[in-house]
Design a protein around this ligand. Structure first.
Ligand code: NAD
Length: 490
């Protein structure tokens, strides 16, 4: 751990010297106003670095840079874009430790997950790089009197607005397909964890991405974020964050008719029937809420367990929760690190009182740990009902709410009884039941007898208040590209 902390401090030294600057047209620049805000480490609340607090003027400049670069980048042959984006993937791999260590201190998420997230960022670039040469391809349709050619072209400069959880990987999930499609990008990273966005643009340009193709404007949502969503030079906004922020962005973008793609919140159920492989289900239920601090959109924050096994199953999950190592994010043994920020920690802690008031039982955790930093014990609420706030509101921490159900019909009603619909996890040995349940579950993504394993060509996204649009595979290009049709007479 000591060695890791020393290495991480080495990586951070540069940010301490210069601050986290914006990056526009290939140049690192402070905010036009000169304003900054501090990025805190949730480990001990020390200031990691001052960060440029961009506003409308900075967004204007970044959009101008993205517009100027658009012609060249969109007309760069797909094979050449592929070559450059593969170089970006290789450069991410070469600097994966720096990315992971920086992110651990900036977000509090544990190294065991952040090291994989950095590599996954490279995989995102590699995957979409390979799609670049065919991105514009379409179809020819003919009738006796006409021939239609349908193809795609990049939509133009796009805005990417990302949240503070797993920020590097999440931003590559947007930026890589946008660049592969031939779009240019203005990225507004989350104010709580802005460090690795700066690394990404530097890595990408060092690998050959032309200046102005990817620009970064730091700042707070209501300033830089709002200006980006309202800017007439931005054709589309890819946003990941809270559902209510999505609503605001939709309103802000209305005047300029922005295309929007939203990946929003969730209150994802993991549903366990008594015929399931319970050993695996216990592990999966615990992993999907306690890994990544529970600060993960696809975390399974509602545990729905058949009443025949409810007591035994929740006792096992409580036991696992009690054994989880909470500690410094750079300790390779740590599973749960500190939560992102004192404000967010206060929100998560407030649900412990809510649970008591609502009459649920705190079967594990339910307390803050240590005097320094934003550490919260992995928590399990039992004897909860689905109408409680702890079952309806996204807590976004290592906090699981367990609710019993009698039969399939009740499991389904509880699972769907939420405004959200991002992911659902189903554990049963009965294939027919799995088919019936997955047919009726209101979720964009479902996993049967498995955790959140991903295959990049498959669609990722939510229904209801969890989002609009899909990432992954060709779905990403549908968002970052316009489909156009040309009709010829025959
Ligand atoms: P947030 O909505 O508070 O902020 C996200 C981003 O939006 C930040 O960069 C912020 O500065 C910006 N923003 C805020 N107000 C804005 C405005 N008015 N105009 C433009 N931009 C604005 O979310 P957060 O707290 O950073 O992240 C946690 C949330 O993200 C959770 O709800 C989580 O479920 C969600 N999330 C969803 C997915 C998914 O794939 N569905 C993935 C990760 C996180």
């Amino acid at each position: 751990l000591e060695d890791n902390i020393a290495r991480a401090q080495g990586y951070l030294a540069r940010f301490r010297e210069t601050g986290v600057l914006n990056h526009i047209a290939g140049v690192s620049v402070p905010a036009a106003s000169g304003a900054t805000f501090d990025s805190l480490s949730p480990v001990d609340l020390t200031v990691l670095a001052p960060v440029a607090r961009g506003g409308a003027e900075d967004v204007d400049r970044a959009v101008a840079a993205a517009q100027a670069a658009f012609r060249g980048w969109s007309q760069t042959p797909g094979a050449e874009r592929r070559r450059i984006l593969i170089k970006v993937a290789e450069a991410i791999e070469a600097r994966a430790e720096e990315i992971a260590f920086t992110e651990c201190l900036d977000t509090g998420q544990a190294l065991r997950f952040m090291s994989k997230a950095a590599i996954r960022g490279a995989a995102n670039f590699r995957y979409f790089a390979d799609q670049a040469p065919g991105a514009e391809d379409g179809a020819v349709t003919r009738t006796p009197t006409q021939m239609n050619t349908t193809s795609r072209r990049p939509i133009g400069p796009v805005g990417v607005i990302t949240p503070w959880n797993t920020p590097f990987m999440l931003s590559t999930w947007k930026i890589a397909p946008a660049l592969a499609a031939g779009c240019t990008v203005v990225h507004k990273p989350a104010e709580f964890s802005p460090l690795t966005a700066k690394l990404l643009v530097e890595i990408a340009e060092a690998a050959g991405l032309p200046p102005g193709v990817l620009n970064v404007v730091n700042g707070v949502g209501e300033e830089a974020g709002k200006a980006l969503t309202e800017h007439p030079g931005i054709r589309a906004i890819a946003f990941v964050g809270e559902s209510r922020t999505g609503s605001r962005i939709m309103a802000q973008g209305a005047a300029t008719l922005k295309r929007v793609h939203f990946e929003l919140g969730g209150k994802n159920p993991v549903i366990v029937f008594d015929d399931a492989d319970l050993d695996r289900a216990v592990d999966a239920a615990a992993f999907m809420i306690y890994s990544l601090n529970g600060e993960r959109c696809t975390s399974s924050s509602r545990l729905l367990v058949q009443e025949t096994i409810y007591d035994a199953f929740t006792a096992r999950v409580a036991e696992v929760a009690g054994r989880i190592k909470v500690g410094h994010p750079l300790d390779p043994e740590t599973v749960v690190g500190p939560l992102i920020h004192p404000e967010h920690e206060a929100k998560v802690l407030s649900y412990f009182d809510t649970a008591r008031k609502e009459g649920a039982t705190i079967a594990a955790g339910g307390e803050k740990l240590g005097a320094e930093g934003c550490y919260v014990a992995p928590t399990l609420f039992t004897q909860a009902r689905n109408d409680m706030a702890i079952a309806q509101e996204e807590i976004f921490g290592p906090v699981l709410t367990a609710i019993p159900f009698a039969d399939e019909a009740e499991a389904l009603a509880l699972a769907n009884g939420t405004d959200y619909g991002l992911a659902a996890y189903l554990w049963t040995d009965d294939l027919n039941r799995a088919i019936r349940m997955t047919d009726a579950l209101e979720a964009g993504m479902m996993w049967v007898n498995s955790e959140n394993i991903r295959h990049l060509p498959t669609p990722f996204g939510g229904v209801k208040a969890s989002g609009i649009g899909r990432d992954g595979g060709d779905w990403s290009f549908d968002f970052y590209m316009e489909t156009v049709n040309v009709c010829f007479p025959r």
